[in-house]
Design a protein around this ligand. Sequence first.
Ligand code: CA
Length: 363
Amino acid sequence: MSAESEAIRPAVLSPDAWQPERFFVGGRKKVIIDTDPGIDDAMAIMLAFQSPELEVVGLTTTFGNVPTAMATRNALCLREVAGMAHVPVAQGERVALKGEEKQRIADFVHGSDGLGNINTSPPNGHAIDMGAAEFMVKMARENPGQITVIALGPLTNVAKAIEQDPEFVKNVAQIIVLGGAFFVNGNVNPAAEANVYGDPDAADAVFISGADIIVIGLNVTTQMLMTEEDLNHLRDDGGPVGEFLHKAAQFYLQYHRDYYDMNAIYVHDPTTILAAIDPSVFTLKTGAVRVITEGRFKGTTLMNALGTKRWNSVTEWCGKPPIKVAFGVDSQRGMQVIKDRLMKMWSGYNGVSNSEGITDNGN
Ligand SMILES: [Ca+2]
């Protein structure tokens, strides 16, 4: 097959092309959230719990904002805060694919506990006796075509799942990735976005795996802002969960004031949940994506967005399958969904809380 014949046309997909119902089972899409909580991870998990389109069948944990053990603790804590303690938590990898130890802990973004230093009490529950990748493989094998993985941290667990089971990319319905920065600067440095930078080898392996993939990068998530006023509404109208998220978000808000000169937060992770709820919020283009895995520009995501061009040489891009990359977002509509669900749907909820100052009913 010649290089020319590999040319891939980028396409803006219409909402009609999605046929999202094929992922819905019993009216709800089964999702596994791979996460490194993380304040906006916490908001994303609560959003997913409160979205009738989704059934969260598991949380899997990874390193990123915090080390993996802390991510597991926080995931256990969050499911209890939400009154969703039945949702299994599976602990994931502690180091990147090539064994690289986590070097960058984002305590200046999310606090030293990952949840804004709000002194959550230890969770009552425990992680299941199964690793994150094994859990993903098992769930996808038992529910072929029905499990969507939403990856909100570095992609090590997903890459491990692909490694463990060659059928995983076929069994999984879709992998929705928060990661990369497409034709814009990164947030770790001008070249790289944090999740891809955390394990660039894993990201590259996932992007070229052949799975059905949507990538939500910084180029769209930085259009999604929650203001201090919004956060105050969350505290006032969002019940105990809103109060919890408001409290956790104060540290994250201060980070945005200090580093971006803005009195609002980026809601990267909740935006990614929207792609599972209603992908028509995004404008998507298709093309192969590769990641620079080492050197000065480690973690850079590069997309072949010139699908109409025919390349005249055999390169690292030949034969790599196209994936869907978000290029635009209806930020007004998307933020309305996030705010409505986080602020209104929890009012009246009286479940367990895990933050000091909020009643714990002991359930
Ligand atoms: Ca995250």
